[in-house]
Design a protein around this ligand. Structure first.
Ligand code: LIP
Length: 257
């Protein structure tokens, strides 16, 4: 299944790439939450191919109505993660696809066709970037750790969320090396997997933002949890906290100070 999945996602990458260099029609799903004709085109392409090839899986996708779709055995699709980057010509954007069996991650692909970076993972078989095995960093000093975060669209409309975003930045920033906001959650997780970042946290993520990145990171030796340090539950937990594992306890402690 992995080979076929990658082949299809690489083909879809051509649509993303074409769109990246073309003028786009932009509509707003909500304040600040963009969608273009390319998000829809990539999603439709993937759904059409997956429904033919992988009949045993339900398809859950960002631009679709997923109301009555069962999660158990599913392929969770973000056609363009980092849409704001995509629209503005920031080359940090990717197609993210996570395959779940009995609600557990099974296969994952995150593909940035602009930088030609293909991250893949299979449960128990490791994580790879363009075929090269990935391993998280060995840094265990929180003060020397480069972290990333994201600002959910809801923080622009919900004052409690905005206050929480600001509160956590105030807590974390003085304690770590620095804090990045690159704008694509799937890639943030891959960047920990390859040892670039030590950690990442964000609230209100959607399943498609992280369905693939979670497996890529854990297969590279990293850890994903909720804000209490317990198992992160897709579709349910408010916060996702991810790290190289070595700083995780400290990370959880510092986020909750
Ligand atoms: C976005 C992300 C971004 C995050 C936003 C949003 P989209 O996904 O990956 O990093 O901060 O909350 O979920 O909308 O570009 O697919």
């Amino acid at each position: 299944m992995k080979k076929e999945l990658i082949k299809i996602i690489k083909e879809a990458g051509e649509i993303l790439k074409e769109g990246y260099y073309t003028k786009k029609d932009i509509t707003f799903k909500a304040k600040k939450d963009l969608v273009t004709q390319y998000d829809v085109a990539v999603e439709n392409f993937l759904k059409k191919k997956f429904s033919k090839k992988f009949k045993d899986f339900n398809l859950i996708a960002e631009e679709s109505d997923n109301a009555n779709v069962e999660f158990n055995n599913s392929i969770i699709i973000d056609p363009i993660d980092g849409t704001t980057n995509f629209v503005n010509g920031v080359p940090h954007t990717a197609i993210s696809v996570g395959v779940y069996k009995n609600k557990k991650p099974y296969l994952a692909v995150v593909y940035n066709p602009i930088l030609d970076e293909l991250y893949t993972a299979k449960i128990g078989k490791g994580a790879y970037l363009n075929g090269k095995k990935l391993k998280v960093s060995n840094e265990n000093d929180f003060q020397k750790s480069l972290l990333a975060t994201g600002f959910p669209y809801t923080s622009n409309t919900n004052e409690d969320d905005l206050n929480d975003v600001l509160k956590k930045i105030k807590l974390i920033l003085p304690l770590c090396q620095d804090l990045r906001r690159l704008g694509a959650a799937s890639l943030d997780l891959c960047y920990i997997a390859k040892g670039t970042f030590e950690g990442y946290y964000e609230m209100n993520l959607k399943a498609w933002d992280v369905s693939a990145g979670i497996l890529i990171l854990t297969e590279a030796g990293g850890v994903v949890s909720n804000i209490n340090g317990d198992e992160y539950t897709l579709f349910e937990d408010k916060y996702l906290v991810a790290s190289n594992g070595k700083i995780h306890k400290k990370f959880i402690k510092n986020l909750n100070k």
